[in-house]
Design a binder for this molecule. Sequence first.
Ligand code: NAG
Length: 370
Amino acid sequence: MRSSGVLKILAFLITCVIIIICYQILLTTSFFNHIDSKIPQADPVPLGKGVGNVKVILENEPQGTATAKKNEPVHEINVVITFTNAKDNTNLQQKFQTTVLSMFKWTTTPVNIYIIGDQASQVIADAILKQAVSKYNKQYKLVKLDTDDLAKKLHEVIKEMQQHFSYKPGAYYSHSLFFLSIAIHRVMPETLHRVIMMDADLKFNNDVKELFDLFDNFSDTNVMGIARENQPVYRHVLSVYRGANPGTRVGDPPPNGITGFNSGVLLLNLDKMRKSELYNSLINPKVVNDLTKKYSFQGHLGDQDFFTLLSLEHENLFYILPCTWNRQLCIWWRDKGYESVFDLYFKCEGHINIYHGNGNTDIPKLDWEK
Ligand SMILES: *[C@@H]1O[C@H](CO)[C@@H](O)[C@H](O)[C@H]1NC(C)=O
């Protein structure tokens, strides 16, 4: 009896030792490491109110995130926001606040925010973001950019082209920032793969992650996603060409026209922009010159003019973002001789995910704000 009791205890101890050894082996093998790497990395800075969430990185070498592959879980979303000349402009500051507050309200994914603007505007953006995030318990990082350096690099790429798309030929190089989206793949580090770029006069009514997921809806030839212009702006800009080419789709309304674009919300696949021989061959003063002549095109709306011009001959570079993700509210063109066709351009059915108060238009109060 006594010896069988000792044996039982021995067997028990041996079993324990084996279990401990097995556990140690499992811990040190890639099995657990693999599982760990699937868990989104927590921000080392504790979540909570205000300042604690802000992680200011770097001056001019933004860190990319590995979000390039299809069907990989997205842990972070890179959002580039144009916010410039904000000092002494409380109206613009308020719009920026609305944009980021509403984005924070809905987002299910941490966002990295890149501010494109002068130094003073960046400081203001920082303060607004800190205040905004204290309202919603969301994670974000503010990536500081040396926009002066960025503007100089951009200027080199686009200086000979921007005269076709802006009122100020030969403008100071900081104006080249309004064309960042065109050549963003050449001036941002290669570690950056996909970004959402947007204006600062938006109101989100849905999760930015759902917008990001539309990158997966691109066809092989699409390098960026962009919504149609919601007014007959390009019908007007292209009226000479349209007059000389009856029946053309150029400047026609959706769904069959080549309507022209609004760049308030952009999905930029930087990898595809880098790789596309076609796209890069079009960032060329001679090509742009020839196209503007052919279509008698003189714009003043910056990057969206450029994309519109390219789309007249290369529609398949662009994924057409549903209007619900850039619902423009400006109606300036309604009574400028386009009454009979205005609604063909303006109508947008379905749940509105992003309102765009372009042309300084007020955005309505939404249900969740009441
Ligand atoms: C994007 O693709 C998904 C999957 O194919 C589809 O369910 C969804 O309707 C598409 N979204 C849009 C806006 O086309």
